[in-house]
Design a protein around this ligand. Structure first.
Ligand SMILES: Nc1ncnc2c1ncn2[C@@H]1O[C@H](COP(=O)(O)OP(=O)(O)OP(=O)(O)O)[C@@H](O)[C@H]1O
Ligand SMILES: [Mg+2]
Length: 339
């Protein structure tokens, strides 16, 4: 394994067995192929993002890398250790934070929880005390007055911070974080993002984060893998990914849809009329139709789209032509978007 590589995934496949109800008492076995053979490398000292919509396979990937789930096929290595054969070694070099946290004690305070896990990891005495205080401060739990509150009284954001604090207890070289900013208010999310970048760029830690937030991926990740339906569609820097849409523009049409309309039919019509990938995003007041169009065809595509929207009795409220973003890369790669 290349010594610059911290995490290596090769052809990971994961299938879940589930049952679906057919009729009142009968059920049928169903296999969900959550990962269909994904491969990527994360370099030491970088913030690497797994970016994809709900159900893409991000958490499944993270759980395999964190030795919490066995792959059906393929292999993965973290700091050179195989996640299946050398799971114990892997656990020593990673700090993990998952979104659904079951592992904290509800009747203990944040500080007590951290001390407990610190002891499990072999820390004790002054060193443990110092590390716990440092982390409570670093994650802003002290400022929120949450250090000595019971875990059951924690808000979602406080839980997210405590989870990251636990991942950092042993100061591991690799952090594996599933949607670390989920539930945080915008200022807290910003400071946590800054912290992750500092941990990577100043302390040389390798940070793997999953997110469905394009904006987040764009500002913190050195490189991003776009994952969709269990497949990796592209891995590159944000800049490199944006080159895929360098010749394109992002046409955004703000509109109000009539009550009875099939948005998938409308999108299909627009796709076939314009030949461009497009998606419909749901806003509070209006919907936003996004079309990724070649720059030189934008006038023609706008006219075609407006005519179709008129035929479908949609009320157009705004038309913008913008520089393409990471979201447009995703729309172009998958033909869909909206997360
Ligand atoms: N325990 C399970 N049993 C059955 N199917 C599962 C299980 N866990 C995940 N899946 C399915 O596997 C696929 C990938 O799920 P996964 O949780 O990895 O996605 P994700 O990218 O993390 O999504 P999200 O953004 O919603 O967290 C989905 O289709 C999901 O329904
Ligand atoms: Mg997930």
């Amino acid at each position: 394994m290349n010594t610059n590589i911290a995490i290596e995934a090769i052809g990971l496949v994961k299938r879940y067995m589930t049952y679906e109800r057919i009729g009142l008492f009968r059920r049928r076995r169903r296999v969900v192929e959550a990962l269909k053979g994904i491969s990527f490398n994360v370099r030491k000292g970088e913030v690497f993002g797994l970016l994809g919509p709900n159900g893409a396979g991000k958490t499944t990937t993270v759980k395999i890398l964190a030795t919490l789930l066995l792959p059906d096929q393929g292999t993965a290595r973290v700091m050179g250790y195989d996640v299946v054969e050398e799971a114990n070694e892997v656990r020593k070099v990673i700090g993990v934070s998952l979104t659904v946290e079951k592992g904290f004690f509800w009747k203990l305070t944040g500080r007590e929880n951290l001390k407990y896990f610190g002891m499990l990891y072999g820390l004790d005495g002054q060193a443990l005390e110092r590390r716990v205080n440092e982390l409570l401060k670093m994650l802003g739990l002290d400022d929120l007055g949450a250090s000595d509150k019971l875990y059951e009284e924690y808000s979602l954001g406080m839980k997210a911070r405590l989870s990251l604090a636990r991942a950092l207890l042993t100061d591991p070289p690799v952090l594996i974080l599933d949607e670390p900013t989920l539930g945080l208010d915008p200022p807290s999310a910003r400071s946590l993002r800054e912290l992750l970048v500092r941990l990577a760029h100043e302390q040389g830690k390798t940070v793997l984060v999953t997110t469905h937030n394009m904006f987040e991926a764009e500002i913190i990740c050195d490189r991003v893998a776009i994952i969709n339906e269990g497949l990796i569609l592209a891995v590159d820097t944000v800049k490199g990914l944006k080159k895929k849409v360098a010749e394109d523009v992002s046409l955004e049409i703000g509109l109000i849809l009539p009550a009875k309309i099939s948005s998938s039919e409308l999108l299909e019509k627009i796709r076939s009329a314009t030949g461009c990938p497009c998606t419909l995003l749901h806003g509070e007041e209006m919907h936003k139709l996004k079309i990724v169009a070649p720059s030189e065809e934008v006038d023609e595509v706008t006219a075609l789209a407006l005519r179709l929207l008129h035929d479908y009795k949609c009320k157009v409220r705004r038309v913008d032509v913008k520089e393409p973003s990471l979201e447009d890369v995703f729309i172009k790669l998958t033909g869909r978007g909206g997360f």
